[in-house]
Design a protein around this ligand. Sequence first.
Ligand code: G3H
Ligand code: 13P
Ligand code: ZN
Length: 313
Amino acid sequence: MPLVNTKEMFKKAYEGGYAVGAFNVNNMEIVQAITEAAKLENSPVVLQVSAGARKYAKHNYLVKLVEAAVEDTDLPIALHLDHGDSFEICKACIDGGFTSVMIDGSKYSYEENVELTRRVCEYAHNHVPYVTVEGELGKLAGIEDDVNVSDEDAQFTDPDQVYDFVTRTGVDSLAIAIGTSHGAYKFKPGQKPRLRFDILDKVSEKLPGFPIVLHGASSVMQEYVKIVNEHGGKMPDAIGIPEEMLREAAKKAVCKINIDSDLRLAMTASIRQHFDEHPDHFDPRQYLTDARNNLRNVVQHKIKEVLGSSNKA
Ligand code: G3H
Ligand code: 13P
Ligand code: ZN
């Protein structure tokens, strides 16, 4: 099966009450770990590439790695641009083999966001084959590539804007802000994580059957924070989005859940632990094997216990 866009996978996810995991990829080990986990679970998956990842690994290398994973697994896999911030980067990814792009116009005024998103949709939808587009309304707190939104700037999505935004732009899915945030420092310990399910419900009342996306959905898995800190790391005490809340969102209109920080944490934890236990090792294949295995276990856990997408390929 060739790379797919997100149309069919989100339709099935909406109807089936689960979400597809969208995991960020930056190198071969990460692509392999995620797709091996998806294969073990027979799950669809979105592999997403940020502007930073494109700069780090180069566009063509990532496309070829993902194409190799498609060939290797024969799963429905979408290759998606994460947080595209201009028409030009979206066009470069559409022309360069991506099957889905996000245009994140959330830092602009509402009207500017509508115009930019509409322009990207026009280009993506006229491309052969059809490329799906994710838009964003509302602002998440935290750090994403070049976008740094402070807590005070973060603003929840206004459900009264979503119908107008979706119909005027033609987007295929919509990322909304309901209390998640990017990065590994979402909530201080003792703080009670809260997601605004009331906003999600209002959004889905306005857009029946329409796929919603949640960014900033890492749980900041405490077992890995502990391993990092036990082996010379310095991750400040912080907690993320509880997995039960994500599971609940996946049963509702949320069809795509973005996870990156948990993968970074799991990879770093196993590499730190590996060096502490084997100070004589200097072959990257030794510590990267541990890192890849650990990452695969985390993704398998997310697919099974959080997203609910096992056996939906
Ligand atoms: O939301 C952003 C993702 O975690 C990607 O992060 O821009 O540092 O690659 P990055
Ligand atoms: P996390 O930082 O919570 O993993 O979010 C990732 C994300 O939203 C990528 O777009
Ligand atoms: Zn994001």
